[in-house]
Write a protein that binds this ligand. Structure first.
Ligand SMILES: O=c1[nH]cnc2c1ncn2[C@@H]1O[C@H](CO)[C@@H](O)[C@H]1O
Ligand SMILES: [Zn+2]
Length: 365
């Protein structure tokens, strides 16, 4: 096996990120400053380093429900236009600094209404923030494109309204829709009217499924709701068995997901924290990549996992020996699976991803 790629090398690769939560990616120092500005006194620590460590520890609970409790603090400080613009701008800047060339960043507009903003104002503030962040990145010589996914919370009842919001803003930066939140007890079919509406509108959506709940959740997301992609989807391994002699047997759902190329937005560190995977080394991504599922690598929540896309790749590279070809494969998978128009996906693959990796491979000869 060749040497694992270093973090520094990986940072230079042109990467694509499809699953990243805006309210799970704040800089700890920004959380502290925003809390002070809006008078939020509920933070568990006010020193940025301590607060960052608190998020990682608290999220490292082994259960999705406990992991999600940490969002109370980030959501609490994202209730004004200024805060949303700042958080989105820093998000674009941080992703660009990590070498991400295209990202789809998601958040739930319904969670940002407590300061008096309406849904449209929330969306517009975030779009403005991404514009500002892209410009700042460009000034530093980095070019990034950011699309937004609007999330509806699966325990709530606003999914149809949020789906309509996503369609209303689809020509100005919103590229799709998602549902998130606690999975067990909240099947995606509860939001069927939202998904049917989106399909009638020729719009795109992904569904968090197969993270804290298993195959029935994935089956509903794909076969009842018609999800274009699966958020996590790790539990698809429950439908894969090893027979004696190492022969792999896939159930019908696993075969369907692989054969129709349903993209899996895998988030290794997050899965270890919520207990959806035992460790990075034992993460199903290794098996699913070998079986040629349409696997992509993502961060989920950079703050809660104390990670970046480059760090996720570095961990996978040392656990599975992934080299430049593997990283390029994951990256092209992600770009192919994005919700951008086909010609724009191709332009990024041929104009940025392939030349970027070619240069890195050439330099490593
Ligand atoms: O991995 C996850 N699974 C399910 N829900 C999540 C995950 N990460 C974040 N959120 C939820 O999505 C909301 C909008 O961004 C967050 O506030 C959090 O509650
Ligand atoms: Zn997520």
């Amino acid at each position: 096996m060749s040497h694992p790629l270093t973090l520094e090398q990986i940072r230079r690769a042109p990467k694509v990120l499809l699953h990243d939560h805006l309210d799970g990616g704040l800089r700890p120092a920004t959380v502290v400053e925003l809390a002070e500005a809006v008078g939020y006194t509920g933070l568990p620590a006010t020193d940025p380093a301590e607060l960052g460590a608190w998020f990682r520890d608290a999220a490292d609970s082994g259960a999705l429900e406990r992991y999600l409790e940490t969002f109370t603090h980030t959501v609490a400080v994202m209730q004004t236009r200024e805060a949303l613009v700042r958080v989105a701008a820093e998000c674009a800047e941080d992703l660009a600094a990590d070498g991400v060339v295209y990202a789809e960043v998601r958040y739930a507009p319904e969670q940002h209404l407590e300061g008096g903003l309406n849904l449209d104002e929330v969306v517009e503030a975030v779009l403005e923030g991404f514009r500002v962040g892209r410009e700042r990145a460009a000034e530093q010589g980095r070019s990034i494109r950011v699309g937004t996914l609007l999330t509806a919370m699966r325990h709530a009842a606003r999914s149809r309204e949020i789906a309509e919001l996503a369609v209303r803003y689809r020509d100005v930066g919103v590229v799709g829709f998602d549902i998130a939140g606690a999975e067990a007890g909240h099947p995606p079919t509860r939001h069927l009217d939202a998904f049917e509406y989106l399909r009638r509108e020729n719009a795109h959506f992904t569904i968090h499924a197969g993270e804290a709940f298993g195959l029935p959740s994935i089956w509903e997301a794909v076969q009842w709701c018609g999800a274009d992609r699966l958020g996590h989807g790790v539990r698809i391994v429950d439908d894969i068995e090893f027979a004696e002699g190492g022969e792999v047997r896939m159930g019908r759902l696993a075969r369907y997901v692989r054969d129709t190329r349903v993209p899996l937005e895998m988030c290794p560190s997050s899965n270890v924290q919520t207990g959806a995977a035992v460790s990075i080394a034992e993460h199903p991504i290794g098996l699913l990549r070998d079986l040629r599922f349409r696997v992509t690598v993502n961060t989920d929540n950079r703050l809660q996992s104390g990670t970046s896309l480059s760090e996720e790749f570095a961990k996978l590279s040392s656990a599975f020996g992934y080299d430049w070809d593997d990283l390029q494969w994951f990256t092209v998978n992600a770009m192919k699976s994005s919700f951008l128009p086909f010609d724009e996906r191709l332009a990024l693959i041929n104009g940025r991803i392939k030349p970027g990796f070619a240069q890195l491979k050439w330099a490593a000869r």
